[in-house]
Design a binder for this molecule. Structure first.
Ligand code: FMN
Length: 96
């Protein structure tokens, strides 16, 4: 439980610092844990929880098909009320 919270906070800080240094970070929660253990010789007492690729940003024109379309599309944000609750779980928080 605590490990997940720590990993999330550390990941976010890594992403922010990457952008600050002109890099881009791509978080991945879906990866092959056992493959990571083998590839990087991770001791059993450590649990790989996240994978983050860091690199220099490319140009949208280098992408094809849906990857290009997604890249140039306006970003959409989930409404805050879908994630933040007040007065009980599932009760949307609303700024009054
Ligand atoms: C906690 C977390 C886990 C994620 N896991 C994956 C993943 O397993 N695979 C993946 O392709 N993208 C994953 N993403 C999404 C990408 O990291 C990235 O946020 C998304 O592609 C949007 O960034 P972009 O506009 O630069 O593509 C995850 C994002 C977060 C925040």
């Amino acid at each position: 439980m605590g490990g997940g919270y720590d990993t999330g906070a550390a990941s976010e800080n890594l992403c922010l610092e990457a952008v600050h240094q002109g890099l881009i970070a791509h978080q991945m929660g879906g990866f092959d844990v056992e493959a990571v253990r083998v590839a990087f010789n991770v001791p059993e007492r450590y649990q790989p929880m996240a994978m983050i690729a860091v690199g220099y940003p490319g140009r949208a024109e280098q992408l094809e098909g849906s990857f290009y379309e997604n890249e140039i599309a306006p970003r959409r944000r989930r409404p805050l009320g879908d994630t933040f609750f007040a007065g009980g779980f599932g009760r949307s928080w609303r700024m009054s």
